[in-house]
Design a protein around this ligand. Structure first.
Ligand code: PEP
Ligand code: MN
Length: 342
């Protein structure tokens, strides 16, 4: 961080600012001019709030040169993080597909889909039990019963399970869940993120509908600062002026995040597009861009799905897509694309 202040160290207010910074274990290198002094800060400046620095009357300008996130930052952790859940590794060259319905609807539905997606090559099983719906009158999920069916299906197929949490007060119901998902609408639910930082299960953190990548990384930082390093980031499309898709898939988020952070990055082409016909091209684009995995909604009868049927692949479509994903992954890794970070 660089701070431009009015006057020199002879000004007691400048010295007061320097003392305030040094009390936070940050050293200050001052370069004095005739009218101004430039303070170069060395140390962990993530603990400094720019707005607080600006409240000192001698401060003219403040610039952060280091990102405000530390634990998620690739500069301090060069190696890719590999997240392990129920014996399945994701990240650092371990590409995984998470598949399953938007919502858990019944035991038969969940077990049937689990068998199909596993046979097609998915290693992780998803299914929503707590559903964040825009309308309070829409299906809200089977909650505890849904987690039970998902757990049974996962155990039957030996697939680790991923499901969304909406409130920290439900955490005890997630005992058998392998990866806890934080949905787009809760990306900045800081109380929830803090609670997830206090436990050790991996967290799949989805990008908010209107959040920058820096905000996504700051949310990851909340979880990591609490002591849980097992965070997987998920790009799932953002709100733009475009209306022909449900959201706009920000494909550049993949290489940008891979440069900024060591955390694994997965892409959800289902929520990004809102249309089953668009899931395949977006999934393949994500693979080509270097994603560490995909999260894809699959339903045995998309027309009858209680949630997100229009964007769900049927089991046959999913199996066909998996073949293309496998072929494209082989090509991408043969190019060594993962090493060539921007
Ligand atoms: C989901 O994955 O079921 C979901 C609700 O996604 P998002 O939070 O990205 O909308
Ligand atoms: Mn959905």
């Amino acid at each position: 961080m660089v701070i431009v202040v009015k006057g020199t160290r002879k000004n007691p207010q400048v010295q007061e600012l320097i003392d305030w910074i040094e009390q936070r274990n940050i050293s200050v290198q001052a370069t004095e001019g005739t009218q101004k002094t430039i303070l170069g800060l060395v140390g962990d400046t993530s603990v400094l709030d720019i707005d607080t620095v600006k409240t000192f009357p001698v401060v003219e300008d403040v610039k952060r040169i280091q990102e405000p996130y530390k634990r998620a930052n690739r500069k301090f952790h060069r190696e890719d993080t590999v997240v392990e859940a129920g014996g399945v590794r994701l990240g650092g060259g371990n590409f995984q597909v998470i598949a399953g319905p938007c919502s858990v609807e019944s035991e038969e539905q969940m077990c049937g889909i689990a068998r199909e997606v596993q046979a097609a090559g998915a290693r992780l099983l998803r299914g929503g039990a707590f559903k964040p719906r825009t309308s309070p009158y829409a299906f809200q999920g089977l909650k505890a019963e849904g987690i039970e069916y998902l757990t049974e299906a996962g155990q039957m197929c030996k697939m680790p399970i991923v499901t969304e949490i909406m409130s920290a007060s439900d955490l005890e119901l997630f005992h058998d869940v392998d990866i806890i998902q934080v949905g787009a609408r809760n990306m900045q639910n800081f109380a929830l993120l803090r609670e997830l930082g206090k436990q050790s299960k991996p967290v799949l953190l989805k990008r908010g509908l209107a959040n920058s990548l820096e905000e996504l990384l700051m949310s990851a930082e909340y979880i990591m600062a609490g002591g849980n390093p097992n965070v997987i980031l998920c790009e799932r499309g953002i709100r733009t002026f475009e209306t022909s898709t449900r959201n706009t898939l920000d494909i550049s988020a993949v290489p940008v995040l891979k440069k900024l952070t060591h955390l694994p990055v997965v892409v959800d082409p289902s929520h990004a597009s809102g249309h089953s016909a668009l899931v395949e091209p977006l999934a393949l684009a994500a693979v080509a861009a270097g994603a560490d995995g995909l999260m894809i909604e699959v339903h045995n009868q998309p027309q009858k799905a209680l949630c997100d049927g229009a964007q769900s692949l049927d089991c046959g479509q999913f199996a066909a897509l998996m073949k293309k994903i496998t072929a494209l992954r082989a090509l991408v890794t043969s190019f060594g694309a993962e090493e060539e970070r921007v």
